[in-house]
Design a protein around this ligand. Sequence first.
Ligand code: ZN
Length: 362
Amino acid sequence: MRRAIIYSLMTLSLLTNLHAKEGLNPVEIMKEALSKMEAVAKRGSDVNISNTDTSTFTLGKYGTFKFEKANDNVYIMHGPVVGPNKENEGFMNNPAVIESEHGLIVIDPGGNYNVGKKVLAQIEKVSTKPIIAVFNTHKHGDHWFANKAIVEKYPKVDIYAHEHMIKVSKEGEADVWYGILNRATKGNLKGTKEFAFPTKPLVDGDSIEVDGQKFVVGHPKVAHTDTDLLITHINSNTLFLADNLMKGRLGSFDDSSSIFGNIELLEQIKKDTNYTLYVPGHGISGKKDETIDPFLNYLKVLVEEGQKAYDDDKESYEIEDKVLKKLEWMRDWDAFERNVPAHLNKAMLEIGERELESEDEE
Ligand SMILES: [Zn+2]
């Protein structure tokens, strides 16, 4: 028998029956949100440099960033769809704000203390209500290091993350990511230490209610990493997929990742859920298929082509050109040339491991 990669996606399946949301016209909301998001995505070279509003969050050629209503009481700031660099100051994720009656709940505020202060200023434009809770989706610092700016202003705020995320971050992952991001941004991580680690550990299936806003979290054992938290905001019918989903950009997989796990997770989500809005860790949010399919199809090509190469006794570099050609449709995704070969290599390593394990078990 093959090694069983089991993901406890029970949570997501359970939620399928809870989706029906009353008093909402999802089509209209989505249309409005999508047209705004397209506008954000196209921004870049046509920046309005005459803007003298000092509270504007502008990052050179990447343009100006602010929170926009994405769904019901959910606001998202879609960051630049590129890796961390000096010009974007290490800001490239999708912070989200959920407005409750008395406060704000923030998901993944960003990649360092300085960015956090700027994101916080934009959050205050959504509402001046206090931040009453924060969620962090996984261990990668580009998503959570900005907790520091929030904790500075709200020292008692609850910060939720998967229990394993908190453990490994404290055991050294945070330092690794500090180094990565500090180098990539040429030193913009100043003020980020001491890290503002999450304080409230969660496990798969937990539900949390904050000021009338209900969240249910899911944890695939291993997908983008082994620390991922998928967050469903029940009130707005929104699913936050963290970096298990990217659009327009290829991030990296590390030792704690599984391409097979990522594929299984996305297929399960496609099959079992029907949310109004799907939010990737990087790239523009949208409806289910249009948001999930490009990345899922990409991962499937890696595995299919990787398996053929494995069967033909070929190394990943020997099929690189063929695979790049097959993926021509996504050539404009950030880090395409660099990360496709790396991901293909990773896929083949996983294929090799699985083949060995299935031989052992026969
Ligand atoms: Zn990540």
